[in-house]
Structure formats: structure tokens, C-alpha cells
Write a protein that binds this ligand. Structure first.
Ligand code: SF4
Length: 344
């Protein structure tokens, strides 16, 4: 089995190994219409992804990480809209694309892996047909050739006996194998960016490790930029280069995984780290972050985290902190980050 190359599917070669900025998100804001008024789910989020790099976006449910991911693929729900900021993929501003333009771009330049492959795949069609359709629809590839490509891709993502399994329906595959099918479909058109929203949440620990290994391998082989959306800090530690921590629709801390995990600078990040036993070593006490995330239709004044923050004081209730750089590539949104660093 030969390794897939961009040329194999009629695409131009990539950049020859140079670092390339594939994604630039600047000041992105997304609002939902609700009966209470606008709900600001994403509030001024900025980040970037280079080729061959994995950025993890972490946070609790409702932090805005999945809405951010949807915006990257032009998939914000109909009752939501982008109200500010920009998204550039390979230098092209895609913020105002029409649905037709997004259909062209999605799969070709940016693709998504969903948490639940069973609901993302069509249960009545064979997996071979569903993968081959990508080539037929987007590239006009002939039926027999598209089938060969589908079998190649399935083999590359580790599905044994791929040529025979082309004619199986999704329910005949285990959870881990179905996720491999999803990954094959996402990679079919040779995108430069892959967004994986909780890609291993539904899988047991052993299969989870296999899928994470596969994603790392594909990132290296295809020089992909990757974004992993996860609430699982253990998963992030195993797969990501950099991490962006989201709270209440904002990024509150960014840095490399060793920096952020080793010495969190935001009280929320510190709380997340302390809530994960595997990251604290054996024998340590698990501490949950007290309180609930705020209602983003009526966010608190000042710092959004202040109602839950053990370090909150008067200034925090009155003045929202701005993101500030602690060192190159490392930023935090907290008035008192230095105290958190000392504590960490
Ligand atoms: Fe806590 Fe204040 Fe920092 Fe907000 S600004 S995270 S309330 S210390």
C-alpha cells in the first residue's frame, strides 16, 4: 500500500516543508438570538494554526469552543450569526462566504471530524460509497477509480481488509472503526486543516489512544494543521502542541501544552488542572471548580470568571481584564496572573 500524496488525487503539492500559517482567526464574535435577547456565545476570540501543528481548544460545556469550531467551517446554526472579527484560511478571508462557496471549500481546504460518526454517516449507504462520493462529487472521478481511492484511504486509516469492507454499512463497524471511516472521509479531498470536535469522547480508553495516534500520524504525513476541541485535558496533553483555554466565550489563556499545563497563569486553567486526577499524580485530592459558567445572555460585569474565582477582588468585578502577553506566544486574560503563576 503506497502512502497517499496530494498529487495522487490530482492536487498540487504542498509547501515543501516550510511552516505555513493555515488559519488566522481575529476577534471572532458569534451571537445567538434568544427570547432574552442576544446571547454572545463567542466574544472576540483570536488564534492561529500553522501547518503540521495541533491547537487544542479546551473548556467546559457552554464555553463557546464548539460554536467557534462551527464558525470555522461556515456551519453556525441558523439562529446564530458572526457579528465581528474575521476567519482567514490560507490567507483568504472566508467570513462572508455564501453557502455555495462554503460547500466548495468544506472538505477541500478544511474538514471536520465529529464526536459521533454514527450520526454523521448515512446508515443506509455503504461506507465505500460514502467515501467514493467525495471524489465523484468534488473531482468528477469515475466510479471505479473513486472506489479504489476509497479503499486506499480506508487502509491508510488502519481499517483491516479495506477493499472487502467497502461494501459494509456503518453499523457493521465498531465505534473505533467508524471513527476511522470519518477520518478517511475528512481526509479524502486532501484538506489543509482538520477540525476534530471531541473526536474520542465516545470511545473506550484503548481505542481512544489508537485514534489519537492515527490523528498524529496523519498530521505528520499530510502536513495538516489541526484543531482539537475537547473538554478532556488528558486527550489534549497527548495530541496538542498548543492550547487555548476558553471560558464564557473568550480565550482566557494560550500557550504551549508544557507551559500551560506546567504553570497555569489563569485561575480557571489552574482549576481545570486541579480537577483532573491523572494530571495531579496519585494520592492527590480532586477539586472541582465551584459554581456554574455564567449566562451569556447576561454576563457578569468585569471579569466573567469573578463569581467563581478564588482570587477575585473589587477590581475584577468592575474592570474586564484584557488579554496580555506573558512571553512570546503565551497570553492570559487576568488582572492577577502573576499571583496564579506563583501559586502554580
Ligand atoms: Fe480571577 Fe480577577 Fe483574574 Fe478574573 S481577573 S480570573 S476574577 S483574579
Amino acid at each position: 500500500m503506497t502512502e497517499r500524496s496530494p498529487q495522487a488525487y490530482g492536487q498540487p503539492p504542498r509547501d515543501g516543508g516550510l511552516l505555513t500559517r493555515l488559519l488566522e482567526v481575529d476577534g471572532l464574535a458569534v451571537e445567538f438570538d434568544t427570547r432574552k435577547g442576544p446571547l454572545r456565545a463567542v466574544r472576540g476570540v483570536s488564534f492561529h494554526v500553522e501547518a503540521c501543528e495541533t491547537l487544542a481548544i479546551v473548556g467546559e460545556s457552554g464555553s463557546g469552543k464548539s460554536v467557534t469550531a462551527q464558525a470555522l467551517l461556515g456551519l453556525v446554526p441558523s439562529r446564530a450569526r458572526i457579528t465581528a472579527g474575521s476567519i482567514a484560511i490560507e490567507g483568504r478571508d472566508v467570513t462572508g462566504l455564501s453557502d455555495a462557496e462554503w460547500r466548495e471549500l468544506r472538505g477541500e481546504r478544511i474538514a471536520m471530524i465529529f464526536q459521533d460518526p454514527l450520526s454523521a454517516l448515512n446508515p443506509s449507504l455503504t461506507v465505500g460509497y460514502q467515501i467514493a462520493e467525495m471524489f465523484r462529487r468534488h473531482r468528477g472521478t469515475g466510479r471505479a477509480q473513486a472506489r479504489r481511492y476509497a479503499a486506499e484511504l480506508m487502509a491508510q486509516v488502519g481499517i483491516p481488509d479495506a477493499a472487502r469492507r467497502l461494501d459494509d454499512h456503518p453499523h457493521r463497524f465498531s465505534g473505533g472503526m467508524r471513527q476511522r471511516v470519518m477520518i478517511a472521509m475528512a481526509l479524502a479531498l486532501d484538506p489543509v486543516l482538520l477540525v476534530a470536535d471531541e473526536p474520542t469522547t465516545a470511545l473506550d480508553v484503548t481505542v481512544q489512544a489508537q485514534i489519537l495516534r492515527l490523528l498524529r500520524q496523519r498530521r505528520e504525513a499530510d502536513r495538516l494543521g489541526m484543531i482539537i476541541i475537547s473538554h478532556d485535558l488528558g486527550v489534549v496533553a497527548r495530541v496538542a502542541d498548543r492550547v487555548a483555554v476558553m471560558y464564557a466565550g473568550q480565550i482566557v489563556e494560550t500557550g504551549t501544552v508544557p507551559e500551560v499545563y506546567g504553570r497555569p497563569a489563569h485561575p480557571y486553567t489552574l482549576g481545570l488542572m486541579r480537577a483532573v486526577p491523572a494530571l495531579r499524580g496519585t494520592g492527590s485530592t480532586l477539586t472541582a471548580i465551584e459554581g456554574q459558567p455564567p449566562d451569556l445572555a447576561e454576563p457578569p460585569t468585569g471579569c466573567s470568571f469573578h463569581p467563581r474565582c478564588p482570587l477575585a477582588r473589587e477590581r475584577c468585578r468592575e474592570e474586564a481584564p484584557e488579554p496580555r502577553e506573558l512571553s512570546h506566544g503565551r497570553a492570559v486574560t487576568c488582572h492577577f496572573a502573576e499571583e496564579v503563576l506563583d501559586d502554580a
